[in-house]
Write a protein that binds this ligand. Structure first.
Ligand SMILES: Cc1cc2nc3c(=O)[nH]c(=O)nc-3n(C[C@H](O)[C@H](O)[C@H](O)COP(=O)(O)O)c2cc1C
Length: 217
C-alpha cells in the first residue's frame, strides 16, 4: 500500500500537532510494509504538487485538526481545488482536536463523511481523537510518548480496512466525561490550566494577562 498523506492544518509543519501525529502514524505504516509521501496545505506553494499526488494515487489520507468544531478554513479552500475522481480512489481522514471527549469531534466527522461523495471517491473512514492541545509544547521525548498510540493506528491502516475496524472506533476514548470528571476538568482549567496557558504565552513573548479585555482599555 502506498499512502498520500495531507496535513490539513494551517499551522506551519514545525509547530503543527497534526505533523507530530503523522510522524507516529507513519512509523506504524512503515512497520507493516506500507510506503507514503506526505504534504501540508500550510505550504501554499505545494498545492499544485499535492493535487498531482492526489490525482495519481488511490490511497489518500487527510490528517487534520478540529478548528472551531469543524474543518480549518485553509483546508476547505484547498479541497475546493481538487479534481473529481472515481471510486478506485479511497479517501480517509484522521481528525484530531484539543478537547478530549469524542462528542466534540462528531460535527467535523459528519462533514468529512460526506466529502468523498462530493469528490466522487470512496470513503475510508475517519479516525477520531482529542486531547492533543499540548503536544507541540512538550519536550521531544514527551511528544513521542503522547503521539505513540497513533503508531498502532498506522499499523491498523496498513492492513487495508481503512478506519472501519473496532480498534479504530475504540481509539476515540470516552464520548462524554462523567459528571464528577467534567466538574474536576472545569476546576483544573480555571486554576492550573490558566496558569499553564499564561506560562506558555509568556515563553512566546506575551506578558499581558490572557483574559485582558483589550476593548475596555
Ligand atoms: C483557531 C483554533 C480553533 C480550535 N478549535 C477547536 C475546537 O473547536 N475544538 C477542539 O477540541 N479543539 C480546537 N482547537 C485545538 C486544536 O484542534 C488542537 O490544538 C490541534 O492539536 C491543533 O493541531 P495543529 O497544531 O496541527 O493545528 C482549536 C485550535 C485553534 C488554533
Amino acid at each position: 500500500m502506498h499512502v498520500v498523506i495531507i496535513n490539513g492544518s494551517p499551522r506551519v509543519q514545525k509547530y503543527s500537532n497534526t505533523e507530530k501525529i503523522i510522524a507516529s502514524f507513519t512509523k506504524g505504516l512503515v512497520e507493516k510494509g506500507a510506503t507514503f509521501e506526505s504534504y501540508a496545505v500550510s505550504d501554499r506553494q505545494s498545492w499544485e504538487r499535492i493535487r498531482e499526488a492526489y490525482s495519481k494515487n488511490e490511497e489518500i489520507l487527510i490528517a487534520l485538526p478540529l478548528y472551531v468544531e469543524c474543518v480549518p478554513g485553509l483546508l476547505l479552500e484547498f479541497l475546493e481545488t481538487l479534481p473529481k475522481k472515481d471510486e478506485r480512489t479511497r479517501l480517509s481522514f484522521l481528525l484530531q482536536s484539543g478537547f478530549a471527549e469524542g462528542c466534540q469531534l462528531r460535527c467535523g466527522e459528519e462533514f468529512l463523511e460526506k466529502l468523498p461523495n462530493y469528490l466522487g471517491v470512496r470513503y475510508g473512514g475517519c479516525l477520531v481523537k482529542g486531547d492533543n492541545f499540548g503536544i507541540r509544547v512538550l519536550e521531544e521525548e514527551k511528544q513521542e510518548q503522547a503521539t505513540k498510540p497513533y503508531q498502532a493506528m498506522g499499523e491498523l491502516f496498513a492492513e487495508g480496512d481503512g478506519f472501519f475496524r473496532e480498534e479504530a472506533k475504540k481509539f476515540t476514548g470516552p464520548e462524554y466525561f462523567s459528571l464528577p470528571m467534567s466538574l474536576l476538568m472545569q476546576v483544573v482549567f480555571k486554576t492550573f490550566g490558566k496558569k499553564i496557558f499564561q506560562k506558555v504565552a509568556a515563553s512566546w513573548g506575551c506578558h499581558t494577562p490572557l483574559d485582558e479585555k483589550v476593548w475596555e482599555i
